[in-house]
Design a protein around this ligand. Structure first.
Ligand code: GCB
Length: 702
């Protein structure tokens, strides 16, 4: 048992786990194996197998903790926000001694008193900031600290909160040496009240310890092992997914104030009347604070809804439970990009919390979109209109900053998404920044919102709880975004394994219990015949790399295989089908004619072969979407199958188009034109020659 953090077995587990490995290896290295030990080995393996089966049966559906609060921090008449982004001080722990900083109390004083520090930007992954290989590949804990002032005025009559957009993978936070909050799970926000541990009108210190170790009960899973190297032994982190396990303080850190009694949470759901002309906003407000306890039923909220022009279009006073409904006449629905001339229409919902004596307690403003979703075994509709998804799997990834939030990159990415005519992406393979969700809302980009479960296997009780918790945190964070149209509960889980059935039944039903307004999917890669999870999903997504990982280079073995597989999934489950990944690694600038693997010609050709399959499938109404893998090239772990990372991007890592981007753009706009009668960009077709209608050379030819 770890004395410093009794609740936290993983850090201690790191050390004991390594010891266990050592014992294990000695066993295997024993100089001979006689018959007796061979037999006992067999019985041991059998016993383990039986134990595994028994464990399989005893996975139970336990409750998971529920998130509170965490509204995106915004300023208002009653709230102030301060960013703690900037340059922090940074120290790496010794890989063999990840808990030393805790034992030695590094949080009790400036980190520089314990170790020499280096400057580290926040937000950013720490891995690629320096030239040190040991930092890039570090496994275990790292430490950050910085100083900040809190104004004297903040000490009066209000509360102060500390909020992290995300720290990967696990975070321990101290303020002025006092433990403030701990959080496990990358890519998701967490916060805590720090009112009572701050020095007002004075300097404060924040210290963060971040642990990137992935083990069999983290989400995603990984393995830590001890391997001999030239200097003795070293600790190796392995994982089965290919994207680099970037770590650090990935998103913004904020301090913000609230009144003593304040709006802690808002949950909305929207609907449109049949002809889309009237919108409904159902809301539930949660509050926190002493006034809430004292005057239970007397507190109320006043809500006003404003359109884009700032004109009030609806208002309401809540009931005693702080819930109710707003009715919006002449509603402007939220439409996906290119599905309507005014996509991504957002209203501003202003919520004013009042005490019984009408005193204004708190004000919070939330952007909302009015839309309704529905789905059957063959369709997915938005505002009553069938949707065909055309988009990408993506990554939050870029040079130097890794997975760190970068507003310039985000703005560029949304520009490229619009330029290419996509209407959707999947947040493969973890939740993306809240800022990007807001961008997607405003741009009308539909999101399949994925939790951080990748290549999930060895299903066990602890993993199930964490997996469910990741979905709980995700849904809590993202449920108010109109752009989120589907939950993805996993990428390429090993759904042919024993236990996958029970496990995914629990995970899918749990997701549905949190939100019934959006369908549940998972991106599956096991052969359809072996899959045990699809029956618990609403929509089946499948990943397949024809002519790449199978039948490499055989462009003549793509189209029919894609058609056959999609039909097989549909026949097995009778549900709508999406192809959620396909593609080929492509080295920018490599040209080979005839098309050859890794060349730009090959990527273009392989896309075209898929398009042909998709068009055949689109005639069957249940095929509802195509997602290229990947939006942009991204960093991976070191592997002989990757040259400087995964190169399946339609765009380079620097966000410039490869040749296939131009083809994809023509297809996505052609689909949008056919399905939603959108207008076409002027520059879609380059002038070729004046040789009559047989040559397509401008948008009017489509
Ligand atoms: C997949 C994974 C994705 C990989 C991709 C690839 O199936 O879902 O994370 O990056 O294949 O390129 O290997």
């Amino acid at each position: 048992m770890c004395l410093v953090f009794p609740h936290r077995r993983r850090i201690c587990g790191l050390a004991t786990g390594i010891k266990r490995l050592r014992i294990g290896r000695k066993l295997w290295r024993s100089s001979y194996v006689d018959l007796f030990s061979a037999l006992s080995l067999i019985s041991m393996v059998t016993a383990l197998y039986v134990l595994n089966l028994t464990l399989a049966l005893i996975i139970v559906n336990k409750e998971v903790p529920t998130s509170r609060g965490m509204l995106y921090p915004t300023e208002s008449e009653t709230r102030e926000v301060r960013s703690l982004d900037g340059i922090w001080n940074f120290v790496r722990s010794d890989q063999n001694n990840p808990t030393q900083g805790i034992r030695d109390g590094w949080f009790n004083a400036d980190l520089s008193k314990s170790r020499p520090t280096i400057p580290m930007p926040v937000p950013a992954s720490y891995n690629d900031i320096t030239t040190e290989q040991s930092l890039r590949d570090h496994v275990g804990t790292v430490w950050y600290d910085r100083k900040f002032f809190v104004p004297r005025s903040w000490s009066q009559n209000q509360r102060v909160w500390l909020r992290f957009g995300s720290v990967h993978y696990e975070a321990f936070v101290w303020i002025n040496g006092q433990s403030a909050v701990k959080h496990e799970m990358g890519h998701l926000p967490f916060e805590t009240e720090v009112t009572h541990i701050l020095n007002y009108g004075a300097e404060n210190r924040i210290t963060v310890m971040c642990d990137n170790a992935l083990i069999q009960t983290t989400v995603p899973q990984g393995k830590i092992s001890e391997v001999a190297n030239d200097g003795g032994v070293t600790i190796i982190q392995s994982y089965t997914f290919d994207f680099f396990n970037y770590a650090g303080i990935h998103r913004s850190v904020h301090l913000y104030t609230t009144p003593k009694t304040f709006i802690e949470d808002v949950e909305i759901s929207t609907n449109l009347a049949d002809d889309n002309s009237v919108g409904y906003v159902d809301y539930v407000i949660s509050i926190n604070g002493s006034a809430a306890n004292e005057a239970d039923n007397a507190i109320y909220a006043k809500l006003q809804l404003y359109n884009r022009e700032g004109v009030q279009v609806a208002n309401a006073t809540s009931d005693a439970k702080l819930s109710g409904r707003l009715k919006v006449e002449q509603a402007k629905p939220w439409w996906p990009y290119l599905m309507h001339p005014e996509p991504g229409y957002m209203y501003e919902l202003e919520i004013k919390l009042h005490a019984a004596n009408a005193e204004l307690l708190d004000v919070y403003r939330l952007s909302i979109g009015l839309r309704t979703l529905s789905w059957t075994n063959a369709t997915f509709t938005i505002n009553g209109k069938p949707v065909y998804f055309r988009g990408f799997g993506r990554h939050e990834d870029s040079d130097i900053r890794g997975k760190g939030l970068d507003n310039a990159l985000m703005a560029r990415d949304f520009n490229l998404i619009q330029w290419i005519g996509a209407n959707a992406y999947r947040t493969s393979h973890y939740p993306y920044s809240e800022e990007s969700m807001q961008f997607a809302d405003k741009h009308g980009i539909m999101i399949i919102d994925e939790c951080p479960s990748v290549d999930t296997e060895n299903f066990n009780q602890a993993l199930l709880s964490k997996h469910k918790s990741s979905l709980e945190q995700l849904i809590h964070r993202d449920r108010n975004h109109p752009s989120v149209v589907m939950w993805s509960i996993a990428n390429e889980p090993r759904t042919s394994q024993t236990n996958a059935d029970t496990y995914f039944q629990f995970v899918a039903n749990f997701t549905r219990s949190l939100d019934r307004t959006r369908p549940v999917t998972a991106a599956i890669a096991v052969p359809h015949a072996d899959d045990k999870a699809g029956r618990y999903l609403d929509i089946i997504s499948f990943n397949r790399y024809n002519a790449w990982y199978s039948n490499t280079g055989r462009l003549d073995m793509v189209t029919q295989r894609v058609i056959d597989e999609a039909i097989a999934w549909n026949q097995k489950y009778d549900k709508p089908i999406i192809m959620s990944e396909y593609g080929a690694d492509t080295l920018e600038g490599l040209h080979l004619q005839p098309a050859f693997v890794w060349s730009e010609e090959f990527q273009t050709e392989i896309f075209a072969r898929h398009f042909k399959a998709f068009d055949a499938l689109r005639r069957k109404k249940w095929f509802i979407g195509e997602f290229v893998w990947n939006f942009a090239d991204f960093k991976t772990g070191q592997s002989y199958t990757r040259v400087g990372g995964n190169k399946k991007g339609v765009f380079t890592r620097a966000r410039q188009p490869k040749a296939a981007a131009h083809l994809l753009r023509r297809r996505y706009f052609a689909l949008a034109r056919e399905l939603d009668q959108c207008s076409m960009p002027e520059d879609l077709f380059t002038y070729i020659a004046d040789v009559g209608a047989s040559v397509k050379h401008d948008a009017t030819d489509l």
